[in-house]
Design a protein around this ligand. Sequence first.
Ligand code: NAP
Length: 304
Amino acid sequence: MFDVIIVGSGPAGLSAAVYARRAGLSALVLEKNAMSGGQVLTTYEVDNYLGLPGIGGMELGTKFHEHAAGLGAEFTTGIVRAIEKTEAGFKIITTKKEWEAESVILAPGASHAMLNVPGEERLTGRGVSYCATCDGAFYRGKRVAVAGGGDVAVEDAIFLSRFVEKVILIHRRDTLRAAKSLQEQLFALPNVEILWDSVVTEIQGENRVEKITVRHLKQDSTEEISVDGIFIAVGIHPDTAFVEGLVPMDEQGYLIAGEDGVTQTPGIFAAGDARTKKLRQIITAVADGANAAISVQEYLNHDR
Ligand code: NAP
């Protein structure tokens, strides 16, 4: 029986583990696989985490893990299937084992969204990718498309431009959502072409991606473009299905909680990208983890 079980080992979960351990609580971190860091792991370079400009995502994830483990947080792998209320607290049922805790911090993060166009699912892993830092190296000297206009799409385009022949960024509007500093870097790159007001409507290829169909919304025209791969970065959705019915969420599936991480289910707290909030960044996830752990401490001391 742990004082707190933390679901997720991204920045929010690991920060929660650090603060929980410093508050003297026994803490178990449940991670999907034996690599901590969450979405940070798929970031080539992190440029906006205070004090560590330019740090690699993998290195930052490792540092977060070492910090939490060094303070005595325990780690185990397993995908959470369900959480049940018990007399003493909660039972957390994973694909591998069942665990018990007096409280739970949900920090499951979010996964990539899909474009939902013909060819996408069939060619995933065969030219369709959702992770430029994972798969980019396979496209040295090739032509690739990136779909999206947020931080991830622009970061991916910048990263890929370093070794591909050409990047075609396809965005559905005429302005990018990404941070201005990223936009400036992008606009300065000679091998990046941006197709504004355009959407990918189909991904084609027999065994691998060969071309994409792009609809130009303003001209009301369609074009086929030959590419060797397409990186899809059209947003994220929270990984919260496993607590549906237990923890109230908004219509998009984000766990409803304020900055203190307190959800409407006593004993369950939310932190990180899966929480309703304005700014989803590593630094705000880390802040969430700290707040949630302190809320757990207060709950265990007073509110039970
Ligand atoms: P995002 O900010 O939600 O951007 C998604 C982009 O995809 C938007 O440009 C959106 O267009 C476009 N899009 C959405 N659905 C589409 C569709 N069906 N077809 C075509 N385009 C579509 O998502 P993200 O870039 O994955 O970032 C996720 C979160 O992580 C954000 O909060 C982001 O700020 C944060 N993040 C921050 C950093 C950083 O600070 N360095 C790095 C990575 C991630 P519209 O613009 O028209 O809506």
